[in-house]
Write a protein that binds this ligand. Structure first.
Ligand SMILES: C[S@@+](CC[C@H](N)C(=O)[O-])C[C@H]1O[C@@H](n2cnc3c(N)ncnc32)[C@H](O)[C@@H]1O
Length: 322
């Protein structure tokens, strides 16, 4: 997730040239089927379409109806090269079935929140703007952050802040938030930040705002971001064509770790349990990692677009014959 203390200037797609270069051989296939599961404002999708052949088709998903509408309009000039759907990662198998797309050639996931979501106070993602504590990427369904915060016990909240925010002051913050004063538990972004600052402000020895990790944890929980990511990764082996490529942009260590572990297991030559004395799996890698470690944005990109600062890009080519 981009740091909340940074202003996002333009809606510049993160690591755009690197993403396009890594996916290029898959985009260049005749009739390539491209899936952007995080359409956002459509910046990456526009560049993928520009790099692909005229007969390529792109499916763009977003769970945020507002983002979907904007991106659909932006990509309208591409006509029937583009199809967009209001859907989550966990709906992708069904959407592909509906389109009759058994296998796809390129998949892009630019995880996390969009500038659009962060910049609108009433979406409740940012402690820099006062608004209802909502945080749902899809405001048409699910529980808001305020409702989640209102129903968790102190122990459950501390666990959530620790596990999803890696917040070192998780217990202290949970205690403060659950010790509801006259006004009850916070229901606005400013109210939540003020309660966190009261709880840890004097103790803070941090690089970022004391509310950053609590906001991150609530946002991940409200949107089940890690569960969604797991379901997307579980689908890749079934749907990525041989020679197909996938690129993932992660913005915090929890999601990057999940991507890294899947990539590592697919690219391992032997996946037998360590207790087996000899290999029984055949020892063939299913994918080749194209980014040993993770690729990072250049200093120039970070200076131009601070939102890119925490990005880690991982890509692979699927080589399994099946
Ligand atoms: C970082 S933005 C993508 C920006 C985009 N690459 C661009 O060029 O404008 C991430 C987008 O993915 C969407 N998103 C996040 N998780 C999702 C999920 N599980 N299913 C569908 N969309 C999701 C968000 O609503 C947001 O619009």
């Amino acid at each position: 997730m981009p740091s909340e203390t940074e202003r996002r200037p333009a809606h510049e797609p993160v690591m755009l040239a690197e993403v396009v270069a890594l996916l290029a051989p898959a985009l260049d296939k005749p009739g390539a089927r491209i899936v952007d599961v995080t359409l956002g404002l459509g910046g990456h999708s526009a560049a993928l379409l520009a790099a692909a052949r005229p007969d390529a088709r792109l499916l763009g998903l977003d769970r945020d109806p507002q983002a979907l509408a904007q991106a659909t309009e932006r990509l309208a000039d591409h006509g029937d090269r583009v199809v967009t759907r209001h859907a989550r990662f966990s709906d992708l198998a069904q959407v592909l079935d509906e389109l009759g797309w058994d296998r796809v050639d390129a998949v892009l996931a630019d995880l996390g929140v969009s500038s659009l979501q962060l910049d609108e106070a009433e979406r409740g993602f940012s402690f820099q703007r006062d608004g209802e504590l909502d945080m749902r990427m899809d405001p048409t369904r699910g529980e808001s952050a305020a409702d989640l915060l209102g129903r968790l016990s102190q122990a459950e909240l501390a666990e959530l802040l620790r596990d999803l925010g890696e917040e070192p002051e998780a217990r202290r913050i949970a205690r403060a938030l659950c010790r509801s004063g006259e006004e009850g538990r916070p229901r606005t972004t400013a109210g939540l930040r003020a309660a966190i600052v009261r709880a840890v402000g004097g103790r803070a020895n941090r690089r970022h705002d004391p509310a950053t990790l609590t906001f991150q944890a609530l946002r991940i929980a409200v949107n089940d971001e890690l569960g969604e990511l797991e379901s997307l990764l579980a689908l890749l082996p079934q749907r990525l064509a041989r020679g197909g490529r996938a690129a993932f942009l992660a913005y915090h260590s929890l999601e990057d770790r999940i991507v890294k572990q899947s990539f590592r297991s697919w690219s391992a030559r032997c996946v037998c349990p360590p207790e087996l004395p000899i290999c029984q799996c055949g020892g063939k890698a299913r994918a080749i990692r194209l980014t040993p470690g993770a690729a990072r944005p250049t200093a120039e990109e970070i200076a131009r677009n601070p939102r890119a600062r925490s990005a880690r890009l991982r890509a692979l080519e699927w080589v399994d014959e099946r």
